[in-house]
Design a protein around this ligand. Structure first.
Ligand code: ADP
Ligand code: MG
Length: 329
């Protein structure tokens, strides 16, 4: 009798372990399309976890959004050249890491690029090419060296009038990392946080396989060109096919070269693999600015980071430790 009961309990446990399923929700967060995937026992459990991830991403958006006048980031920007602003340790540290990435990329990535958003607008409102003078004047406000951090008081000060910081190139990656961390802490065995192509994964699918990600073909955004397995890894793609303006037949993308104030050219897609989506996000943007050769060289010197770059002719280049199985066209 006892044995039968034990066997039944064992079977029940086995059943719950093996009946895990994949649940997904797609929604708009941080002005972008997010897709949150979790492996769970049932939809109630899955919804509960997904709600937690949504809560976490919404919390981060409130902290880092430069569109929301109530965010601490907006307060820093409003007080450029006026006074240092005390912020949450989390935002302080994020800005600190952004500055470190600027140093690492020799300024290709610059969190203070944001004053350029008065000049280059990618929301369809731009009708003429900005003048050289306007670009020159605006780019003079860009420079991470003029962000002053005070580690004792957790204050941030932008030295120049009109200076502005923005997390367009790093915020979605950071949010994906934080949502993943939260769900892992809550005991979710596997999942994917996909922030419009900036994604972080953990665990395995219920059938034991690793998650696979499709990399968008920049020549035809409805098609994937490669399918890659991800093992507790993040992957981020920056493309020139989502936000751009066209003048005289030339496409100007939303990634700005902080040295010139003009949009970066030459690359149409940069995909970066890294342990964290935040660094992958920042580096994908940086590669656009650095260009194909310098960008790949740079990645080859970094441990645990790989990249795939597509130039404007559609040719694919990769860092040295990556193998891609290109999908048949
Ligand atoms: P996506 O928005 O498609 O995920 P990215 O991660 O490459 O693409 O981020 C591009 C955004 O980053 C731009 O829309 C802008 O907000 C910001 N940005 C543009 N140029 C730079 C730069 N040189 N350094 C830091 N951020 C930048
Ligand atoms: Mg980026």
């Amino acid at each position: 009798m006892k044995r039968t009961v034990l066997i039944c309990v064992a079977l029940l446990c086995a059943n719950t372990i093996f009946s895990q399923e994949i649940f997904k929700r797609t929604l708009k967060l941080m002005g972008s399309r997010f897709e949150i995937t979790v492996v769970a026992n049932d939809s109630t459990e899955a919804n509960n976890y997904i709600d937690m991830a949504v809560g976490e991403i919404t919390r981060i958006e409130k902290l880092i959004s430069s569109w929301d006048p109530a965010s601490q980031t907006s307060e820093i920007n409003r007080n450029a050249s006026i006074k240092p602003i005390k912020v949450d340790e989390e935002l302080y540290n994020l800005i600190g890491r952004a500055i470190e990435i600027s140093k690492l990329t020799e300024g290709a990535f610059d969190v203070s690029f944001a004053s350029m958003d008065k000049i280059w607008k990618f929301d369809g409102s731009m009708t003429v090419m900005p003048s050289k003078e306007a670009i020159k004047e605006s780019v003079a406000k860009v420079g991470y060296k003029n962000i002053i951090l005070d580690p004792e008081n957790f204050t941030v000060f932008l030295k120049l009038e009109g200076m502005k910081i923005g997390f367009g190139a790093i915020g979605k990656g950071y949010a994906a990392d934080k949502a993943k961390k939260l769900l892992m802490e809550k005991g979710v065995s596997a999942g994917i946080i996909n922030a419009s192509g900036d994604m972080n994964t953990w665990g395995r699918q219920p059938d034991g396989e690793f998650w696979k990600v499709a990399i968008t073909n920049p020549m035809d955004k409805n098609k994937a060109f490669a399918l890659l397995p991800l093992k507790d890894n993040a992957v981020v793609t920056s493309g020139n096919y989502e936000k751009y303006v066209t003048f005289n037949g030339v496409r100007y993308t939303h990634i700005i070269d902080p040295r010139t104030g003009y949009p970066a050219t030459g690359i149409i897609s940069a995909t970066v693999f890294a342990p964290k989506a935040e660094i992958a996000d920042a580096l994908a943007t940086s590669i656009f600015v650095m260009g194909k050769d310098v960008g790949i060289d740079f990645v080859n010197q970094l441990p645990k980071i790989e990249c795939i770059v597509i130039d404007e002719k559609g040719e694919i280049f990769t860092s040295k430790n990556i193998e891609i199985e290109t999908l048949k066209k």
